[in-house]
Each structure stands twice: as structure tokens, then as C-alpha cells.
Design a protein around this ligand. Structure first.
Ligand SMILES: CC(C)(COP(=O)(O)OP(=O)(O)OC[C@H]1O[C@@H](n2cnc3c(N)ncnc32)[C@H](O)[C@@H]1OP(=O)(O)O)[C@@H](O)C(=O)NCCC(=O)NCCS
Length: 206
């Protein structure tokens, strides 16, 4: 998309109260929306792709980023996002230098109630939300799904097509459904480790 064309989507962000930094590149027209009581911040040097061929993997959709209710979306500097959905009702944080590969989904809630009666009656008042925190310099492989409450440490790699839930320390490769640590970049072969958030060390390689 030319610079001229991306002027309009950027203007839309501005009018919607989305804070964004310098050199935001919009490839195609994303759907980025902040509800009135929500907040959204996008750092400097970010790229958001929404054209089918703006990422040669092939995007299934335009990028959708929503901060709903009192939700917060905080995206750091130099983050790339391709044809993905980020949908916050509480908090989704993505650290500097992180790459969100093609066709990923990142949610801090389940969209529908888990209570059968509320779900049948379309009641959305008690949706469970848990913050999602993705560290710096994380590479999220294409078609991955990051579920509510997930914490991913700095420098991690998420394998393509993973379904990620839980707390993971830094510097590891996490893959599969459910995603597990498959490699530790600091100490090869070590698949568990203890962090403050995860004292038992399960699913963690920090
Ligand atoms: C996760 C990944 C980085 C691992 O690459 P690697 O470090 O070179 O690891 P290997 O290919 O040696 O695989 C190591 C093990 O992990 C498994 N594995 C690799 N990728 C996996 C995935 N996405 N899901 C589940 N398991 C996976 C392999 O089967 C292998 O298992 P084994 O030891 O039992 O044989 C890579 O497979 C991947 O998914 N890259 C993402 C690519 C991508 O999505 N790019 C586009 C972004 S827009």
C-alpha cells in the first residue's frame, strides 16, 4: 500500500484515540478499534500487514486489533503483525521487537460465557478475562493461537500452528497443541525451570 493510501487508515486510528508512534507502516487496511473506555498504544516502527500478499505466507484475513470494554492493548516498538487478531477485554501486552506471524489469534477472554445458561441467553457480563503478556523479541509462528492468561518470556519462539496456554520463561521454543517447551536456547535439553510466576517450573525453561 502506498504512503498516500495508508494515510486514511492512520487518520482513522487518530480519530479513534489509538496512540501510535513514529513510522507506523500499514500494509493494507487493518480493522483497529478502541472502545470508548478502552486504551490502545502502538509503539514506534511497527508494521501491520493486512494485504493478502503483504506477507508471502498468504494472509487469511486483515489484521484485527480490538480493545473492548476497559481493555488495554499495549504494543511495543518495532513489532510486526500480519493478518492476525488481537482482542483484549482486560490486557494484551506485546513487547518490543516481537513478530506476530501470519494468521495468529491472541485473546485475553473466551468471547462467550463458559456458563451454559449465560451462553444460551447471550449474557456477556461475566466473561472471564486474564491478561496476556508476550515479551520482547518473541517470534510467533504462523497460525498460532495464544489463549487467555498466557505469559511468554523474552526471546521465545512459538512453533507454527501452536495453541499456547500457560506461563513460559524466556529463551525457549514452545510448540504443539497444547504447546510445550521443545527447546531451551540457554541450556540445550533442559525443559523445566523455575521462575517467580511458575515456582514448580512446569512448562518453563527460564
Ligand atoms: C518451532 C520451529 C522454530 C522449530 O524449528 P527448529 O528449532 O529448527 O526445530 P526442529 O525443526 O529441529 O524441530 C524440533 C522438534 O520440534 C518439533 N516441532 C517443530 N515445529 C513444530 C511445530 N510447529 N509444532 C509442533 N512441533 C514442532 C519437531 O517435530 C521436532 O520434534 P522431534 O525432536 O520429536 O523430532 C519451527 O518448526 C517453526 O514452527 N517455525 C515457525 C515458522 C513460521 O511460522 N514462519 C512464518 C511466520 S509468519
Amino acid at each position: 500500500m502506498s504512503k498516500v493510501n495508508s494515510y486514511l487508515p492512520r487518520l482513522g486510528l487518530k480519530l479513534n484515540g489509538v496512540k501510535y508512534g513514529k513510522k507506523l507502516k500499514l500494509g493494507g487496511w487493518p480493522f483497529i478499534f478502541r472502545f470508548p473506555q478502552a486504551s490502545m498504544e502502538i509503539g514506534d516502527d511497527c508494521a501491520v500487514n493486512s494485504n493478502f500478499i503483504s506477507n508471502l505466507i498468504g494472509l487469511y484475513q486483515r489484521t484485527i486489533i480490538i480493545a473492548r470494554g476497559r481493555g488495554k492493548v499495549r504494543i511495543g516498538n518495532h513489532v510486526g503483525i500480519s493478518g492476525s487478531t488481537i482482542y483484549a477485554r482486560e490486557l494484551i501486552e506485546i513487547g518490543d521487537d516481537t513478530v506476530v506471524g501470519a494468521n495468529c489469534k491472541i485473546f485475553d477472554n473466551d468471547f462467550h460465557s463458559l456458563n451454559p445458561d449465560e451462553r444460551r441467553r447471550d449474557v456477556y457480563d461475566h466473561l472471564v478475562t486474564r491478561p496476556v503478556r508476550i515479551g520482547r523479541n518473541v517470534f510467533i509462528g504462523c497460525n498460532s493461537i495464544i489463549l487467555k492468561g498466557t505469559v511468554i518470556g523474552d526471546n521465545c519462539v512459538i512453533g507454527a500452528g501452536s495453541v499456547v496456554h500457560g506461563t513460559f520463561g524466556p529463551n525457549c521454543t514452545i510448540a504443539g497443541n497444547p504447546a510445550r517447551v521443545i527447546k531451551n536456547h540457554e541450556s540445550a535439553g533442559k525443559k523445566t525451570g523455575k521462575t517467580k510466576e511458575n515456582p514448580e517450573g512446569r512448562e518453563c525453561c527460564g
